[in-house]
Design a binder for this molecule. Structure first.
Ligand code: SF4
Ligand code: SF4
Length: 297
């Protein structure tokens, strides 16, 4: 069995990437299983999805704690303690990171493969941060046992129910084709098959409410949750051109644009989650966006 874990953020198509990869594996003659794991958070919050592909029937269930392949859609997750994408990685685990950095500059400890998917996504999808087709193509190619035609069929089958236009579907197919052609399969050392016995089953039990429910110790503690590390792209106000109309202040859904003593809008980067609504709403387009590279400057 190949166990694949995919990390990204809400809105990047991580769940769909695992579905495409699972379907592509199934079309290539394997058994497949895929599912996501995320909480009640919103766009930008860390998301994990899992895919199992096997020659035999898959009896294993639940999250993959010890993956053979880790696909990381967003390099800023590498220092996000909530996401912890390298958790369970061993020296033999194949790790792919969507990054413009070289593998050596990201980690000396693990063997990584990097590629800058953002530019390819922008070129084919006119959107830098939708990775469903891109990451599934990376996974399919690195596995080396999935046919390109099966991958393309899976892209089409999984995206069509979302009501995607024919031009957007073509962009996704071209993107998957280009990424598939640009990478080489890797010899992946699979973990030994685990034998599940009745003894190894974990029986769920309900905790008392005081243990199982969140306890809010302080009133008004929302500000303590710093959502600034959810950002994939950072909005930056061009103060040379900004005319202080404050439309961005009114439109920010999280209320993280304040007004400085001199009347200028001011972004609180500790809490700005990078939805970029402000950049869309600024009438003069005086807010531009910069890719976050904060993890490894
Ligand atoms: S990107 Fe703009 S609109 Fe979105 S949270 Fe940040 S400041 Fe607010
Ligand atoms: S919407 Fe644009 S022009 Fe208006 S305050 Fe914000 S950045 Fe300045």
């Amino acid at each position: 069995m190949w166990r694949i874990r995919i990390h990204g953020r809400g809105g990047q198509g991580i769940k769909t990437a695992s579905q495409i990869l699972g379907s592509a594996g199934f079309y290539s003659g394997f058994q497949a299983q895929d599912f996501p794991l995320y909480g009640a958070e919103r766009r930008g919050a860390p998301v994990i999805a899992f895919t199992r592909i096997s020659e035999d029937i898959i009896l294993e269930r639940g999250p993959i704690s010890s993956p053979d392949i880790i696909l990381i859609g967003d390099e800023t997750l590498l220092n996000d303690p909530q996401s912890a994408p390298l958790c369970g990685a061993e020296p033999t685990t194949l790790i792919f990171v969507n990054s413009s950095h070289t593998p050596e500059s990201l980690s000396q400890k693990f063997s990584l493969i990097t590629a800058n998917l953002n530019d390819l996504c922008l070129q084919h999808l006119n959107n830098r941060t939708v990775y469903s087709s891109a990451l599934s193509a990376v996974g399919a190619r690195l596995l080396g046992n999935i046919d390109l035609q099966d991958l393309l069929q899976a892209v089409e089958d999984e995206l069509t129910p979302h009501g995607i236009s024919s031009s957007a579907l073509k962009g996704n197919l071209d993107l998957a084709r280009e990424i598939f052609a640009s990478l080489q399969p890797v010899d992946i050392l699979r973990k030994e098959e685990k034998v599940l016995t009745a003894k190894s089953l974990v029986l769920p039990s309900q905790l008392p409410v005081v243990d199982g429910a969140p306890i809010i110790l302080e009133p008004g503690n929302m500000a303590l949750r710093k959502t600034g590390n959810w950002r994939v792209e950072r909005p930056e106000i061009d103060y040379e051109k900004c005319n202080n109309c404050l439309i961005c202040y009114a439109r920010c859904p999280d209320g993280v644009i304040g007004i400085a003593p001199d009347g200028r809008p001011e972004i609180d980067y500790d809490h700005c989650k990078g939805c970029l609504i402000c950049a869309q709403e600024c009438p003069g387009h005086f807010i531009h966006t910069v890719r976050e590279m904060g993890t490894f400057p």
